[in-house]
Design a protein around this ligand. Structure first.
Ligand SMILES: *Cc1c(COP(=O)(O)O)cnc(C)c1O
Length: 268
């Protein structure tokens, strides 16, 4: 191949050539099984090994502490806007939101459908050209959670430090900067990210969630939308995006072989 084009205009964006080549090489016959991983059952040992590896590599590469679960869901980051609100809000409950652009706004909109989103800080009046400073953020300790968008894909702004939310769990849409730099996962109750910008193909979302929040989630919402279902079944309650998880695992192995997230950060 003489000329590769780098797409910096996500949704789906540039992936490392060695990862694409590996997926291509393995596509017709996955490790001597005589079939593509795309033809393999999601309950087959081959896929199970891939799924376990992908979960373990997210934990290893991001330094996820004990007491957190990692799993993969569908519906894009956009479904998470609703799903987290469905799990943690309800009658008389609210989440604090920091409004830093298009994606925060969408998260706020969904939360207001199932509960209440309280805007605790915003840079809307300056057209989202910066992140609100700590002195512009008014958190309410009675909130169920605080929600931020760590990297504002359209506005072009990024949190370089995270707000101190005390005992209130910090929930983060990291769709466009997950694994682009080293972060301290222990500061977060939930990190979610659509894979397609940084980690693999579209259709798979990485969830990193503190176990006490899984338990706290509501039980009177559809089964598939409860974090506990996905956590207990390790993403296999229903048929997962097996190609997405397979590809994600190829990418994570590539990152590990090339020095981990710190090396990605250095390149960035
Ligand atoms: C792209 C993007 C989304 C939307 O992701 P989908 O997977 O398409 O739902 C949400 N949040 C951020 C920060 C994004 O960059």
């Amino acid at each position: 191949m003489v000329h590769r084009v780098y797409n910096f205009n996500p949704g789906p964006a540039t992936l490392p050539l060695p990862v694409l080549e590996r997926v291509q090489a393995e596509f017709l016959d996955y490790r001597g099984t005589g079939m593509s991983i795309m033809e393999s059952s999601h309950r087959a040992p081959e896929f199970d090994a891939i799924n376990e590896s992908a979960m373990a590599l997210v934990k290893e590469l991001m330094g996820v502490p004990d007491g957190y679960s990692v799993f993969f869901v569908q519906g894009g980051a956009s479904l998470q806007f609703a799903m987290l609100a469905m799990n943690f809000l309800g009658e008389g409950k609210f989440g604090d939101y920091i409004n830093t652009g298009t994606w925060s706004r969408k998260a706020i909109k969904e939360a207001n459908i199932v509960g209440k989103a309280r805007v605790a800080g915003s840079s809307e009046e300056v057209n989202f050209t910066r992140i609100p400073g700590d002195d512009e953020i008014n958190l309410d300790p009675a909130a169920e959670y605080v929600h931020i968008t760590s990297n504002n894909t359209i506005a072009g702004t990024q949190f370089h430090t995270f707000p101190d939310t005390g005992d209130v769990p910090l929930l983060c849409d990291a769709s466009s900067d997950i694994m682009s730099k080293v972060i301290d996962v222990s500061k977060f109750g939930l990190i979610y990210a659509g894979a397609q910008k940084n980690l693999g193909p579209s259709g798979v979302v990485v969830i990193i969630i503190r176990d006490d929040l899984i338990e706290k989630g509501r039980t009177d919402i559809p089964t598939l939308l409860q974090y506990r279902t996905q956590a207990a079944k390790k993403s296999l309650y229903n048929t997962p995006n097996s190609f997405g998880i397979y590809f994600l695992n190829c990418y994570l192995e590539y990152v590990k072989e090339n020095g981990g997230v710190a090396a990605v950060e250095a390149v960035n």
